[in-house]
Design a protein. Structure first.
Length: 183
């Protein structure tokens, strides 16, 4: 036997007063634990997303700098042996997991958002475009890493110094879009 809305409202009627507790208020309080759990889960996922993103950006900032050292010290084989191992470990063991953690937690945040987040404005579309560019940049680092193993002078140190600025510019754009939501 289920309670019907008008009977539930009558149960909570305050005698001797004109105030009656509405069914909508009762429904809200009934759903409050779910709401609190949902907010906690969303915030926990947001924290995980930010930590993953910071880890990913550490790789995006550091790996091109290693490429600069790699190209500028191509005559020192001992140094190249060490730096090649460093590049591989940073990319494979930190960068790839951090990338996937950032991507999957970001998708989870979009799916957990209580309303259609894509209708909140064009800022999210612009952010996702910058994230797609950043993803391409990340995989291009893997490409350059493999090319440098074969030929240490594949690109110049100056090229990698300039290329190292790309994630900084993208990060500035992404942060402005997320915080300011200009459109």
């Amino acid at each position: 036997m289920s309670l019907q809305p008008h009977k539930v409202a009558r149960i909570f009627e305050v005698r001797g007063s004109e105030h009656k507790t509405s069914f909508e208020t009762l429904t809200f309080f009934a759903k409050l634990p779910q709401l609190i759990i949902g907010i906690f889960m969303y915030n926990s996922m947001l924290v995980f997303h930010i930590i993953s993103m910071v880890s990913w950006f550490a790789v995006l900032f550091y790996l091109p700098r290693l490429f600069v050292y790699h190209t500028e010290n191509s005559a020192n084989q001992g140094f190249l042996d060490v730096i090649t191992i460093m590049e591989m470990k940073i990319y494979r063991y930190i960068g790839v997991p951090a990338f996937w953690a950032t991507l999957l937690s970001g998708i989870s945040l979009i799916l957990m958002y209580p309303t259609n987040i894509f209708s909140t404005g064009g800022w999210l579309h612009a952010k996702l475009t910058l994230v797609a560019i950043l993803t391409s940049y990340f995989f291009s680092l893997g490409h350059y890493r493999l090319k440098l193993i074969d030929n240490a002078t594949y690109k110049s140190g100056k090229f990698f110094r300039i290329y190292n600025e790309v994630p900084t510019l993208l990060l500035i754009g992404i942060v402005i879009l997320v915080i300011v939501k200009p459109f």
